[in-house]
Ligand binder design. Structure first.
Ligand code: NI
Length: 254
């Protein structure tokens, strides 16, 4: 029983063969998937996929790399989508100073708006953070009792603990399997399993030995195997615990 908590099955890379991708996921023991939207078109498609297939859910939001294009009407539509029964989270949202250094003010505004929606609709955040750890912490800290996921967590075990203190979970993906990825492996070892989730971020971030190829939810098993090894627990225990964590966080009934 595995839960891929971050997949972009709504991306154009899966247009041609979604049914085969889903059947490989099922063969690999992936019971649940969260399809993550990042702009208006992928939010719509995430809901479409989640409405069609059992045990697939949707998250809708605006990615920081498009923050400068998001307007009030986009937020009106997003708020309607958040009322959909298959939509269980807000995001992908956050901050990114890797691709867009010059739009930080707009990114913070659009992110704060989505944090407010997460609170209003009582749905957890799916947070993207790239090259912006301190500013992210500073932005989140004033909020009380946050609920959500630091997705593909790119920082240290010490920072992971600080985000956990704000109420957040830590999610790890393909990079934890890379041989020279010292920091994600340390995060996997040190973060308590009760705060851990697993993901693929497919079609991106393929785990070893598929690095550079298109990723897909079936490969979340390789992420789980590596974390189980690092934590010296059985794959089954790691899989069951991280799946329960996700079901509880997203309030999905088994
Ligand atoms: Ni993503």
């Amino acid at each position: 029983m595995l839960f891929d908590t971050h997949t972009h099955l709504n991306a154009k890379e899966f247009e041609e063969d979604l049914d085969e991708v889903l059947s490989r996921a099922s063969d690999a023991g992936v019971s649940y998937m969260m399809v993550i939207g990042f702009d208006q078109e992928t939010n719509r498609r995430a809901i479409e996929i989640a409405s069609k297939y059992p045990n697939i859910y949707a998250s809708v939001g605006f990615h920081p790399t498009i923050a400068h294009e998001v307007n009030d009407e986009d937020f009106v539509l997003l708020e309607q989508q958040l009322k959909h029964s298959q939509v269980v989270a807000v995001g992908e949202c956050g901050l990114d100073l890797h691709w867009h250094k010059d739009t930080l003010d707009q990114q913070i505004e659009v992110f704060n708006h989505q944090i407010a929606l997460s609170k209003k609709y009582d749905k957890p955040l799916v947070i993207h953070m790239r090259d912006v750890t301190e500013k992210m912490y500073e932005t989140l800290k004033p909020y009380q009792q946050l609920s959500g996921i630091m997705h593909a967590f790119p920082s240290s075990p010490e920072m992971a603990e600080r985000f956990i203190e704000l109420g957040l979970h830590i999610s790890l993906g393909g990079p934890v399997t890379f041989k020279n990825a010292k920091t994600p492996k340390e995060v996997a070892q040190k973060v308590d399993v009760s705060k851990l989730l697993i993901e693929t971020d497919s079609p991106f971030l393929s785990p070893h030995p598929f690095r550079g190829k298109r990723n897909e939810p079936a490969k979340v098993r390789l992420v789980a195997e590596e974390i189980a090894k690092l934590k010296e627990m059985s794959l089954e225990e790691l899989a069951t615990t991280t799946t329960r964590n996700a079901l509880t966080l997203f309030r999905i009934k088994e």
